[in-house]
Write a protein that binds this ligand. Structure first.
Ligand SMILES: [Zn+2]
Length: 236
């Protein structure tokens, strides 16, 4: 998919770049899923909370990995020499010696996804076999995983959003992110300080989700039939 871009399409990843995800063309959701992301984030009745967290952690891994694949070939050591989200730089912390290091975004993201995948396959953390149980530190492990998930999403929004727009898949990215936000808020997996690089966008996206539930766009407007945005409403 990334091969669809020509070199000339690539915008610089300057921190001063306009926040495209806050523009009307960026603020869109997959219309059929409006209102559903909040509902599917909540613990179903009688479900085990550890099982629910584990199931969703695996699901977010697949969804975020899929979103990252859209731009992975365009996120290189030259375009994104450090792992950042706007003016914020994330340093990689080595699990063994706790050393912090600045990595290119691609290396950071690949390291994060590899580490999380190993944990997801580890029966002492995410038990799938008889005789294994969830560890007492499960919640702490989850918080670290969701912190890394957010770093990846924040990088995609701050430095690659125009590529999603070019492919007209920003509604999919936004819908995955909205589900992520509802989920981490529901289970208090990230605090507001950690979400601050996208704080403004989170408020706007939640408002959009609520507005579209109350005021669905009409079928006869000339907007994308599968996406919905505030633009769709104001054009009627
Ligand atoms: Zn990048």
């Amino acid at each position: 998919m990334a091969a669809l871009f020509r070199r000339g399409d690539r915008k610089p990843t300057a921190n001063s770049e306009k926040k495209l995800y806050l523009q009307p063309e960026g603020l869109v959701l997959v219309y059929n899923l409006v209102g559903q992301m909040y509902e599917i984030s909540k613990l179903p009745p009688h479900a085990d909370v550890c099982e629910w967290l584990a199931t969703n952690t695996l699901s977010f891994f697949n969804q975020i990995n899929t979103q990252y694949e859209v731009v992975s070939e365009l996120c290189t050591a030259s375009t994104c020499p450090t792992m950042s989200a706007g003016s914020i730089t994330y340093e990689w912390q080595d699990g063994k010696n706790k050393r912090h290091s600045k990595l290119p975004a691609k290396e950071y993201i690949d390291s994060a996804l590899t580490m999380i995948q190993k944990q997801l396959q580890d029966d002492s953390i995410f038990p799938t076999k008889f005789g294994y149980e969830f560890p007492p530190a499960l919640f702490q492990i989850m918080k670290k995983i969701y912190r890394l998930y957010f770093h990846i999403l924040a990088h995609l929004y701050h430095h690659h959003f125009h590529e999603y727009q070019l492919l007209r898949v920003q509604d999919c990215l936004n819908t995955v992110f909205l589900h992520f936000v509802y989920f981490v808020q529901e289970f208090q997996l990230l605090d507001s300080r950690e979400l601050s690089p996208l704080e403004d966008f989170i408020q706007r996206l939640i408002s959009l989700d609520k507005d579209l539930q109350k005021h669905p766009p009409q079928d006869d407007h000339d907007t994308d039939p599968v996406s919905a945005s505030v633009v769709a409403k104001t054009q009627n």
